[in-house]
Design a protein around this ligand. Structure first.
Ligand SMILES: NC(=O)c1ccc[n+]([C@@H]2O[C@H](COP(=O)([O-])OP(=O)(O)OC[C@H]3O[C@@H](n4cnc5c(N)ncnc54)[C@H](O)[C@@H]3O)[C@@H](O)[C@H]2O)c1
Length: 262
């Protein structure tokens, strides 16, 4: 075990499972204290207990809806009181949409934008002043290659994630001089509960035969011929959060098995 994150406090909104949890494991294994926050409060608490068991790290589980600014401020206070000032924040909280734009309604757009775009604004806005004051911070937000290439049935999710990319680049320009870096990790299709849930709905809608063909078609879009695993994405997140990436800011790192080369 290396100690690259020894003494660092990491906050991961959306870390109750999936990519965020995997990033938490990797940083805890390198000495970090890790707060996992999730809108599903029990999921956050159970994940934090599991992370402590697996790694021996100090951990905390926090219930928080990142779409709610008051909740976000409570999350930051709880993490700081229990684990110390936040050095690193990785925002992985999101939900996904699966409708054509014509089928969608303004309510659908609002739900996605509230969590994916305003949620990212809320967590960055709340954590940034402390980082600037202490002259150190690492922020990584998760976008999606849907934002970089466009994706049918994901228009407003892609629009929200495109907003996250623009937000991160702009704020990175404002706070680079204060020792704070902000970057984006942009995954391709990754085998998490988020994707599994969506695929289950597709299977029910189109039946087994068409679903199997569809899976083959999807895999052919990936030169590496496999889906991503949470650890594939977490490895890039951990790089951007480490001291070795102190001269990397405002960047978008696609981790996607070669799906899009933009
Ligand atoms: N899995 C993929 O194929 C994929 C592809 C591209 C981008 N991404 C992005 O990667 C990130 C992580 O995805 P994942 O696959 O690990 O998802 P996941 O669903 O497995 O985990 C995300 C967690 O965020 C939580 N969450 C949702 N809304 C929240 C809110 N308002 N406040 C706090 N927590 C909330 C969920 O409860 C869940 O536990 C997301 O930003 C997602 O958009 C994932």
């Amino acid at each position: 075990m290396t100690e690259g994150f020894h003494g660092r406090t990491v906050l991961i909104p959306g870390g109750g499972r999936g990519i965020g949890y995997a990033a938490g494991v990797m940083m805890a294994n390198q000495g970090a204290k890790v707060a996992l926050a999730d809108v599903v409060g029990d999921r956050a608490t159970e994940a934090a207990a599991r992370l402590k068991d697996e790694t021996g790290a100090e951990t905390l589980g926090i219930a928080c809806d990142i779409a709610n600014p008051d909740d976000v401020h409570r999350m930051i206070s709880s993490a700081q009181s229990a684990l110390g000032d936040i050095d690193i924040m990785v925002n992985t909280a999101a939900i996904v949409a699966d409708k054509t734009f014509m089928e969608s309604t303004p309510e659908d757009w609002k739900q996605i934008l509230d969590i994916c775009l305003y949620g990212s604004m809320n967590v960055i806005h709340a954590v940034l002043p402390g980082m600037v004051e202490r002259n150190y911070g690492r922020i990584v937000c998760l976008a999606s290659d849907a934002a970089r290439t466009g994706q049918a049935r994901h228009s407003y999710y892609a629009a929200a994630k495109g907003g996250v990319i623009s937000l991160v680049k702009s704020v990175a320009q404002e706070v680079g001089r204060n020792g704070v870096t902000l970057n984006v990790v942009s995954p391709g299709a990754t085998d998490t509960e988020l994707r599994k849930g969506r695929e289950k709905e597709v299977l029910e809608a189109i039946g087994e035969e068409r679903f199997a063909k569809r899976e083959q078609t999807i895999l052919r879009m990936y030169p590496t011929r496999r889906l991503g695993q949470p650890d594939d994405i977490a490895a890039g997140i951990v790089y951007l959060c480490g001291d070795g990436a102190s001269w990397v800011t405002g960047q978008v790192l696609s981790i996607n098995g070669g799906f899009a080369m933009v």
